[in-house]
Design a protein. Structure first.
Length: 147
C-alpha cells in the first residue's frame, strides 16, 4: 500500500509540474490585447512591439508586471524608466546592453563595487565634464544605470 501511495503522489506531482509549465507557456504566448489593464499600465512602453517579443522575453516582462505592485515607489520609477529606455533602443543596442550586463554579472563583487563607485562619481560630474569624457572615450561611458 505504501508503494502505491508513493507512486500516486509522484504521479500527481509530475502532472502538476506539466500543467504548471503549460500555464507558463500559455502565459508567455499572450498577445497585447489579452493582457490585463494593470499589465498594460506597467508594460506600456513595450506596447508597439509586445506581439513580436519572444516567449522568454514576454515571460520576463510579465514577471516584472506581476512584481510591480509590491515594489517601492522609487523601484517602480526605475522600472518604468528602464522599460522606456529599452523600448527606444535598436536591436543592436539591446544586444550590446545584454552583453555588457553579462560581462558585469561575471565580475567579482569587489570589481562590481569599484565600477559602481566610479559610475556614481561620474554621475556627480557637471554635464560639460561628462560630455568631454564621453567625447574622449565613447565606448567607456554609456548612459546605463549600474544599480
Amino acid at each position: 500500500m505504501a508503494g502505491f501511495q508513493l507512486r500516486f503522489k509522484s504521479t500527481v506531482l509530475a502532472l502538476a509540474l506539466v500543467f504548471s509549465s503549460l500555464a507558463i507557456a500559455d502565459e508567455a504566448n499572450v498577445t497585447w490585447a489579452e493582457l490585463s489593464d494593470a499589465q498594460h499600465q506597467v508594460l506600456n512602453p513595450l506596447a508597439a512591439e509586445w506581439d513580436t517579443l519572444r516567449p522568454w522575453q514576454r515571460e520576463k516582462m510579465l514577471d516584472i508586471a506581476r512584481d510591480y505592485p509590491k515594489m517601492s515607489a522609487s523601484k517602480q520609477a526605475l522600472v518604468t524608466k528602464r522599460l522606456s529606455n529599452w523600448s527606444r533602443m535598436t536591436p543592436y543596442e539591446r544586444e550590446n546592453a545584454r552583453k555588457r550586463h553579462q560581462q558585469f554579472q561575471a565580475l567579482s563583487a569587489d570589481k562590481k563595487n569599484e565600477l559602481r563607485k566610479k559610475w556614481q562619481e561620474y554621475q556627480k560630474l557637471p554635464e560639460s565634464e561628462r560630455a568631454r569624457l564621453r567625447a574622449e572615450s565613447p565606448d567607456a561611458y554609456t548612459d546605463a544605470d549600474l544599480n
